[in-house]
Design a protein around this ligand. Structure first.
Ligand SMILES: [Zn+2]
Ligand SMILES: [Zn+2]
Ligand SMILES: [Zn+2]
Length: 141
């Protein structure tokens, strides 16, 4: 599959201009099947982009429903690519995430849906996080 074309279409569909930094960042996300933090991206980018630019791009991807927050730890927030049907706004994806105890990577478990919580309407829920931990497929090999 041609990632360059895919990325162009993705940015266009979410109303974002195609810039070299956005294209390179999304290519990184497509190359990895686990979530990436801002520092992972800084470390993997070829050209020396400053952190501010990268943080800004991450937040606009999140605002436009291209990325979602997969997990958060001492290293910061890890983002993962959204599926096809995510809303064009910041949101929590309704699938579970898996954090590996060995390599500490976060994986999206797209097929594992977050169970509906029967919570009294005295509480307004603004976010759900459903995380499993253990040993990932890479480390299990
Ligand atoms: Zn999403
Ligand atoms: Zn692992
Ligand atoms: Zn996810």
């Amino acid at each position: 599959m041609d990632n360059k074309k895919l990325i162009g279409d993705l940015l266009h569909a979410h109303g974002l201009k195609k810039t070299p930094i956005r294209t390179e960042m999304l290519a990184l996300f497509m190359d990895h099947d686990f979530a990436l933090s801002a520092s992972d991206i800084v470390a993997k980018m070829t050209a020396g982009h400053d952190r501010v630019t990268i943080y800004r791009a991450l937040s606009s991807f999140e605002k436009h429903g291209i990325l979602h927050r997969a997990s958060e730890d001492g290293q910061g927030i890890k983002y993962a690519l959204c599926g096809q049907h995510c809303p064009d706004e910041p949101h929590t994806d309704k699938h579970a995430h898996f954090i590996c105890d060995e390599c500490h990577q976060t994986y999206c478990l797209e097929d594992v849906k977050v169970p509906k919580a029967n919570i009294s309407n005295e509480f307004s829920v603004t976010g759900v996080s459903y995380t499993l931990s253990g040993i990932c497929k890479q480390c299990n090999r």
